[in-house]
Ligand binder design. Structure first.
Ligand SMILES: [Mg+2]
Length: 349
């Protein structure tokens, strides 16, 4: 579907492993004061002084987590970094470093890896993090990419999933469901393309949802905003697997219940119209779609005045006693138990 605009194909064997690492990482500059030593020794050396350190890692596998027939490699590099940073921000921490490891088969020329690393470099620059290490190795099948992200946080600022209390407000950043519907459009166009390769897809009506799928952003800005507003959430996590699965995690770990309001769930108009086109219920997508990388948090009632009217933050419900269960209140005021159908990376998509 995506035309190869770069027909040059340099085999990886020409560089050898160390030559390849040098070549791919030569543009990475160390910027953070906590990075004492980056790439180039046996290990990176980091110094976080009196901060607590958060570490998170993710492994992405070709044809399980991404499909290169519509995912440009530059976007893949960018997304692989962003999805990890999202988990750092979900701890209310600042991301500082990443390591990147890839396994790649010989069907990928050097130019493909250059595109992948260009995306990684763009993300590192936009999110102000250092790339301090990694590994490259060969794979017999497709491409695997693993990113480990490291961040720092003051001891008093770290936010876990288990601190939600009855009467806390449930707050969501941005809007949800778009990445999942973007994937549906890309999958549909892929099938059309298989039948007729001459048919270049017209995706103008789907710009937002496709961008949310191919080039998601992590909410670094929200960690900064919460600091400015002097709001410390009682619990927080990122929305990677769908709203229902994430709110269940918070409720179970916090031993509380929840009431979410269908009418409050923020959806982009493009999501609503594409759901109509696909004849899917948009609330189902909001609850069970995935890969939005927004932040879901609970905050104390007394902090409501501080967040009221902020366009980035929407109150979608409130926390209850555990015995009341986890429920969605529909527009028709029906009470429906929330269950995790979720986005399952190991599932059949
Ligand atoms: Mg997460």
């Amino acid at each position: 579907m995506i035309e190869d605009k770069n027909p040059q194909r340099t085999p990886l064997e020409q560089l050898g492993e160390f030559g390849l690492i040098d070549h791919l990482t030569k543009n990475f500059k160390i910027k953070k004061s906590s990075s004492i030593k980056g790439i180039g020794d046996d290990a990176a050396v980091l110094d976080f002084k009196d901060k607590q350190v958060v570490v998170t890692t993710d492994l992405l596998v070709e044809n399980v987590h991404f499909d290169l027939s519509y995912m440009p490699l530059k976007h893949l590099g960018y997304k692989a970094v962003v999805v990890n940073l999202s988990d750092v921000y979900a701890m209310n921490a600042t991301a500082t470093q990443i390591t990147v490891s890839i396994a790649v088969s010989n069907r990928f020329p050097l130019e493909a890896l250059e595109a992948l690393y260009a995306g990684i470099e763009t993300a590192a620059s936009i999110y102000d993090i250092d790339v301090v290490g990694g590994d490259t190795t060969s794979s017999t099948t497709g491409l695997l990419i693993s990113v480990t992200a490291i961040g720092e946080v003051d001891k008093d600022d770290v936010v876990y999933r288990n601190g939600a209390k009855p009467n806390d407000l449930v707050v969501l950043t941005g809007d949800i469901g778009a990445a999942y519907m973007g994937l549906q459009v890309l999958e549909r166009e892929k099938e059309v393309f298989k039948v007729n390769p001459e048919n270049q897809p017209d995706l103008d009506a789907y710009t937002y949802i496709i961008e949310r799928q191919l080039k998601p952003e992590a909410r670094k800005d929200i960690v900064e905003l919460l600091k400015d507003l002097e709001v410390k959430p009682t619990a927080m996590m990122d929305v990677s697997d769908g709203l229902s699965s994430e709110i269940i995690h918070i409720c179970k770990q916090s031993k509380v219940g929840v009431e979410l309001y269908e009418s409050k769930i923020p959806l982009d108009p493009e999501v609503i119209s594409v759901c109509e086109e696909f004849k899917i219920d948009s609330t189902t997508i909001a609850l069970n779609g995935g890969e939005d990388y927004e932040l879901l948090m609970t905050i104390a009632q007394e902090d409501f005045e501080k967040i009221k009217g902020n366009p980035n933050l929407t109150v979608i419900g409130f926390i209850t006693e555990e015995a009341r269960g986890m429920n969605l209140i529909t527009r028709g005021e029906q009470v429906i138990p929330i269950i995790a159908k979720g986005w399952n990376a190991l599932g059949d998509h």
